[in-house]
Structures are given as C-alpha cells and as structure tokens.
Design a protein around this ligand. Sequence first.
Ligand SMILES: Nc1ncnc2c1ncn2[C@@H]1O[C@H](COP(=O)(O)OP(=O)(O)OP(=O)(O)O)[C@@H](O)[C@H]1O
Ligand SMILES: [Mg+2]
Length: 325
Amino acid sequence: MTSLEMETTDINLVQTHIPKEDVDDAVFLSWKDLWVTVRDGRHGSRSILQGLTAYAQPGELLAIMGPSGCGKSTLLDALAGRLNSNTIQVREVLINGHKQALAYGTTAYVTQDDNLVATLTVREAVYYSAQLQLPDSMSNSEKKERAERTIREMGLQDAMNTRIGGWGAKGLSGGQKRRVSICIEILTHPKLLFLDEPTSGLDSAASYYIMSRIASLGRNDGIRRTIIFSIHQPSSEVFQLFNNLCLLSSGKMVYFGPASAANEFFTLNGFPCPTYQNHSDHFLKTINKDFGRVSYVNQSIIYIFFFKTIMKIAAKLGEGEVPYI
Ligand SMILES: Nc1ncnc2c1ncn2[C@@H]1O[C@H](COP(=O)(O)OP(=O)(O)OP(=O)(O)O)[C@@H](O)[C@H]1O
Ligand SMILES: [Mg+2]
C-alpha cells in the first residue's frame, strides 16, 4: 500500500462528531473520492472530476478556482445534485454526514449564465420572484419589503426601475444582471448557497462589493450559511474574504485548505509567488495545463499538493471537526 493510499484509508476510519445544535440549523457538506464521468458519444467516456475530497462548513466561504474547463461548474453541479443526465457520478455528497435531501428553500444556486426575463424591470423581477418563492405565511407587504431590501443589499437601488433587457433591447449591464440573479436566489435566505462565477462581468471594486455582501449575508440575517462558489481572477482584497480554497486543474484537486495557507503551500513546494504579484494569479498560472510550456512542472506538483491536502484533511478529521462517514 502506498503512503497516499494509507492516508486515504485513515479518513475512512475517522468517526463523525457533529454537535447537535449545529446539525439543526446549519449545513455541513462533505464529499470523498468524488468522480464525475461524461459519456462522450462514440469515443467512450471521459472523467471530468477525478477523486475529489473536501468539505464546506457553515459560516464559511469556500472558493473553487482553476483554469477554464477544469471542472468548477461540474463540481458545483455535483454538490448541488443537478448534474446533466449524460454524466455519471461516483460517490455521494453528504449533508451533515448523511445522504439526505434538503428541504425546499434551504438551498439556492446562482448559475453561470443569467436566465432573466428581459421585459421586466429589476423591481418587478425580484418582487415576482419573491411572490413565487416565499411562503404564504408571509404577507404581501413583507414579501415586498424583503424584495426591496435584497435589491438594496446588492447595490441595485438606482436601477430598480430599469428594464433588464436582452438581445436587441439594451437594459442592465452584464454586472447588474449578475446581481439581479443573485438577488433572486438569496430571497429565501438559503442555508446552502452555490454561486457559479458571481463576479463575472464585474470590475474589481464591484466584485469586492458583491463578495463582501455575500460574505456578510449571515451577519445580517443571523443564518450560519454555507457558501460555495467558483471564481475567476479574484483581486487580493476579494481573495482575503475566502475561508477555504479548492484549486482544480484538469478535474483533479491541486489544493484544498485555508485560503490564507495556499501561498505558503506553493512556496514550500518550490513555486513562490513573485513579489508584487497577485497570489491567485500566480496559483492559476502555475497550475494551468492548457499551455504546454508549464505542463511538465504541473504534473509533479499536482501529486505533491494532492498528497499534502489529503494529509491536512485527515488531520482535521482527526480533530472531530468535520462531519464525515
Ligand atoms: N454534460 C457534459 N457533457 C459533455 N462534456 C461536459 C459536460 N459537462 C462538462 N463537460 C466538460 O467538462 C469540462 C469541465 O467543464 P466545466 O463547465 O465544469 O468547466 P469550468 O471549470 O466551469 O469552466 P469555465 O471556467 O470556463 O466556466 C469541459 O471540458 C466541458 O466541456
Ligand atoms: Mg464554469
């Protein structure tokens, strides 16, 4: 048995310990050795995600980063249970240590593409969505109030009466549309929130604004929310908001652990970030396999990082902090 296999076996032996009060009002998500394979027509099948092991905790932000096409959206889809029908998933995603379904309104997913009705204004889109999603026990005025507060939270108050617009009829900017999509999904105050590239189309100031709003959602409504999102090119300010980071390259996990420890990790493995360079840019440049020049180096660090990540998770599991069976 190799040392990597031994570490993986250790994870299987770890007992679960979840405080009762946390189980009642929070969502711990964990996945181990998760594979997603796609049937590729006549050419057989192709593995998009290969043996991913990680977790997401309540009250924390987990960022999924990696080069385009590495499997970020596929991972989010697998975690949210919404994979395409031509894919096969091996291993389950556990909620609070068990295979279970979440109640309606507990989870929300902001997709990578905005699906909005072009002829509605921002106020109408969010308000109609509130009418449809919020329970009958809430009065109309409460729903309206919730809709308007959410619009303000996302900084869209000046665009309230602007039409969303679409092909052939210009309305909101791309970044504003992203924010409307987020508004619609957070209306129900979900405990588990997935966001696929919430900051695409936004400048760095707007990205920071949106991500800090997302990070502070829990402080405003008192819910210890589990937030998982994919993101491209975060500025260093945005990066500092992340609690945990999952770095993917060609469907494999290169790093999983505290975002603040990733730089040290790269340095220890012989890839220090040059002075004055954004850390996340450096990580992506180092692990990008799309361009041949760096592929040889990447093959070797992927193994080292994956091994170390497994060791870290095993250590954390040993402390009884993570719900895992
Ligand atoms: N249902 C599917 N059928 C066929 N191929 C798929 C399917 N889903 C994903 N893929 C392939 O898997 C790979 C990963 O796709 P995915 O959308 O997860 O990447 P990504 O990291 O989100 O990329 P981006 O940053 O560009 O959004 C791509 O090569 C994509 O073509
Ligand atoms: Mg994607």
